[in-house]
Design a protein. Structure first.
Length: 165
């Protein structure tokens, strides 16, 4: 008899995150057909609170958040735990006050593509709501913003985490 423990944790994690991402995309697609773009207000509220709540996860794991480099690393770890290991990217510039990162792989964009649902509708603002609120709740001295987005047609995502001015 096969037991859940016979399936490696990494495989279970990948299956779970892909399923959750796909369900999220299908949910958006179906609700958007019923209530239209009003769904974006709902998603933004959900993602805002999700970003804030992720601070608890980061703190429970003992992840650091005292400067831009640490915040970027913590955001990457928590995002990967929640959305899966399909993230790919590099840091273009990094110091304690500012990080500029470039993402070339995104599990949510992959879920949209796999389902064949496009355009990605409100995804850019949902992503911004999550990431911005995560960063600002993790360390209120820092902000986060995107300057490029794959889901709006850019070849990659680019973001900045920096000390508030």
């Amino acid at each position: 008899m096969v037991n859940i423990k016979d399936i490696p944790a990494e495989v279970r994690w990948e299956i779970a995150t892909r399923a959750a991402n796909s369900q999220s995309v299908v949910y958006d697609m179906l609700v958007r057909q019923i209530i239209g773009d009003k769904i974006d207000e709902i998603w933004n509220a959900i993602m805002t609170e999700g970003g804030k709540a992720s601070k608890v996860m980061a703190k429970s794991l003992g992840l650091p958040s005292s400067n831009a480099v640490e915040i970027d690393g913590t955001l990457g770890i928590i995002s990967t735990i929640i959305m899966g290991p399909e993230f790919a990217g590099v840091v273009l510039e990094a110091n304690v006050n500012r990080v500029i990162g470039k993402m070339t792989g995104c599990p949510m964009l992959n879920a949209h593509r796999n389902i064949g649902y496009g355009p990605t509708a409100g995804t850019p603002s949902h992503c911004q709501a999550f990431c911005q609120n995560f960063v600002e709740s993790l360390n209120p001295r820092y902000i986060m913003r995107y300057t490029k987005r794959m889901c709006t047609g850019d070849p990659h995502c680019e973001y900045v985490i920096e000390l508030k001015k």
